[in-house]
Design a protein around this ligand. Sequence first.
Ligand SMILES: Nc1nc2c(ncn2[C@@H]2O[C@H](COP(=O)(O)OP(=O)(O)OP(=O)(O)O)[C@@H](O)[C@H]2O)c(=O)[nH]1
Ligand SMILES: [Mg+2]
Length: 262
Amino acid sequence: MGLIHRFFGINANAENAQKVNYQKTSYTIALTGNPNTGKSTIFNTLTGLNQHTGNWPGKTVLRAEGSYIYRGMVFNLVDLPGTYSLLANSVEEQVAGDYLCFSKPDATVVVVDATCLERNLNLALQVLEITSKVVVCVNLVDEAKRKGIEIDADSLAAELGVPVVSTAAREGFGLDKLLSAIAGVSTGSTITVPYTVKYAKRIEDALTKIEPQIRKLVGEEFNSRWLALRFLDKDQAVISAIQKWMTEKVPLHIKTGGTALA
Ligand SMILES: Nc1nc2c(ncn2[C@@H]2O[C@H](COP(=O)(O)OP(=O)(O)OP(=O)(O)O)[C@@H](O)[C@H]2O)c(=O)[nH]1
Ligand SMILES: [Mg+2]
C-alpha cells in the first residue's frame, strides 16, 4: 500500500504504559460491521443475559446494549445495526455513523466476514477515518476455512495499524483474544496507528485548506479530517449540525447524511 504503519502490541513499551488510563473502570465499546457478519452473536456471547434493548431515539431501529466484566473493568457493548457504509444512505447507516462520530466510544470493534473480506474492509476503512481506537474482528473463519480461504490476521493488522483478531463466534473461537484486544485499545495500553485513506490530489488539496478551519471551529473534540470530508461531500446534515452547535451549542448529532465522495 506504499505507506508504512506500525501497530504496537499490548503493553509494548513503557511510553505506551504511561498513556494507560488507570483511573477509568468503565468503557463503552461499539460493535459495527456489514449485515450478517456475526455482531449479535458476539454481543450475546459476551454479554449473556446482561443486556437490554430498545429503539434508537426517534428511529425504529433496534438498539441493544449489554455489559461484561473483564480484568475488573466494566465494558458496555453497543450493538450497532449492520451497515455497508457510514455515509447515511439508510436509517441504519445514519444511526451507526452518527454514533461512531459523535458518541465517541472508547473502542469500536469492526466485525468483518472472513469469506468476503475485501467488501467488508470498505466499512473498516471508513471507521478508521473517524476513530483510531479500532479492533478488527475477522469473524466466520470456520466458514472461510471450509471455502479454502485463510486470513493472515497479523499482516492485516500491520497494514491497517490496529489489532486484528480471527474468530468463529458461533463456537466461541478467538473471543478470549478479542476481549484482550478490546481492553488494550480502550484503556490505551495498545497504541494504534490507523491506515489513512489518501484521496485524489484535488481532494487532498481541498482538505489541507478546509481541515484547519474546521479544527478552529470544533477544536480537538471531533475528527476534523472526517468532518472536512463530509463538508466536501456537501453533507447538509453535518453542515447544519455544526452550524447549530456553533450558534446554539446544540450537541453535534447528525440526522441525515450525504452521498459518497466522487
Ligand atoms: N459459521 C459461522 N456462523 C456464524 C458465526 N458467527 C455468526 N454466525 C451466524 O451468522 C448468522 C448471522 O449472525 P448475527 O450475529 O445475527 O449477525 P449480525 O452481524 O448481528 O447481523 P445483522 O444484525 O443483521 O447485521 C447467524 O445465523 C449466526 O449463527 C461464525 O463465526 N461462524
Ligand atoms: Mg445483529
